[in-house]
Design a protein around this ligand. Structure first.
Ligand code: MD6
Ligand code: FE
Length: 208
């Protein structure tokens, strides 16, 4: 894969622009949509309020990340079908091996589907026991405005545009930083059939 010009956005935050070329992006989207036939996208509910997310989600791998009125957790089965999640495709394990300096493989690939108008509020990824591993994030389809700050909600933020094929890693001193998707720029890409954006985040959940 292209390993050209990684950008260091902050300590522990690295962006590889267009890590995946267009034909590979197409293959990944086809694979995601095929796996989503057996592990369908669903709309998670916010803890406490039970408000539905604007993004739709599914997971691949031995553990899937769930948001439910009772809280956030990892679970081995799809909450709607009760079936185990499909395995993480090799083409998504590859960037973890190449860019994440971490010996164990990822256990969760959370899939976020942003159709028209979907966004994601500021949050921390902190439901993993293994915080020594980075999160590796793959963007596909429409451009997104990604905003990130520090490990508290206060203080300065940076904004970066994530485009189709980009890979972002997020670890070390930034592993618990707040971040979110302020908006997705509709129709900026024609990669995703029906329009929108797919984000895949690879995480190690348990300590080896
Ligand atoms: C998104 N990404 O790009 C949402 N989390 O749609 C995330 O929430 C995220 O990109 C942890 C690390 C990298 C990310
Ligand atoms: Fe996140």
């Amino acid at each position: 894969m292209a390993m050209v010009r990684p950008l260091q956005l902050a300590a522990g935050v690295t962006l590889w622009r267009e890590y995946f070329a267009r034909p590979v992006q197409q293959e990944i989207v086809e694979t995601v949509m095929r796996l989503a036939q057996s592990a369908p996208f669903y709309r998670p509910l916010m803890p406490k309020t039970a408000n539905p997310f604007s993004v739709e989600e599914t997971n691949f791998g031995p553990l899937g990340w769930l948001a439910e009125p009772g809280g956030y957790r990892y679970a081995p089965q799809h909450p709607v079908t009760g079936e185990p999640w499909p395995a993480i495709p090799d083409m998504l394990i590859e960037p973890w091996r190449s860019v994440a300096p971490f010996p164990q493989p990822p256990e969760c690939c959370l899939v976020n589907l942003y159709r028209a108008g979907a966004k994601m509020g500021a949050h921390q990824d902190r439901d993993e026991d293994e915080l020594g591993a980075p999160v590796v994030s793959v963007s596909l389809g429409d451009d997104a405005v990604f905003r990130f700050g520090g490990v508290t909600r206060k203080g300065p933020t940076q904004t970066v545009k994530l485009s189709s094929g980009d890979v972002l890693t997020f670890g070390g001193p930034s592993r618990l930083m707040f971040h979110g998707i302020a908006r997705v720029i509709a129709a900026s890409s024609d990669l995703v059939h029906g329009g929108g954006r797919i984000n895949l985040t690879l995480r190690r959940v348990t300590k080896a």
